[in-house]
Each structure stands twice: as structure tokens, then as C-alpha cells.
Design a protein around this ligand. Sequence first.
Ligand SMILES: [Zn+2]
Length: 97
Amino acid sequence: MDKERIVKNESLLRQINEGIAGAAAEHGRGDSQLPYVCECPVLECGRILHLTLAKYQAVRQHPARFLVANGHEVEGVEEVVERQARYLVVKKIGEAK
Ligand SMILES: [Zn+2]
């Protein structure tokens, strides 16, 4: 899979998720489980992952980290930094953006 395309798609998904997180923060829904889209490079994925705003923001604090469904990590491009029952936090290997 072409790496530039992966990065582009994941950035787009990140914007969607940031919109969800931003709206939740505005409405004071920090404690509820919110639907975020899987940020893996498969365009048709569209998997919804439920986690709290705080959890999502913790991922977002690191610019190179992404939220993906369990099993959606891309070997050789991403490294799993956190493993939960339903989702993973992955980190891009070799770049910090
Ligand atoms: Zn996915």
C-alpha cells in the first residue's frame, strides 16, 4: 500500500474525529462514550469505535498516533502503542506528524 495515500486518508479521518471530539467538548459530554471512526488506511472501513472524549484526547495529544479497530494496524508502517479490547492506538514509524 502506498504510504502517502495512507497518511492522507488518516488525516481526513482524523479531521472527522476531531469534529466529533470538539462538538462533545462543547456540549459537556466528556464522560459519555462517543462514536469515532477507525483511522486505518482502508477507505471502505468506516468502523465505529466508542470511547470517551478523554480517551480520544489522550490519543490526540501525540500527533503521530492514530485510533484504529483491533486488527486494523498496518505492519511496517505503524506500531501498536496501546491495545484495548475493541481498539488500538498506533503510532507512525519514522515520522512525527
Ligand atoms: Zn479500520
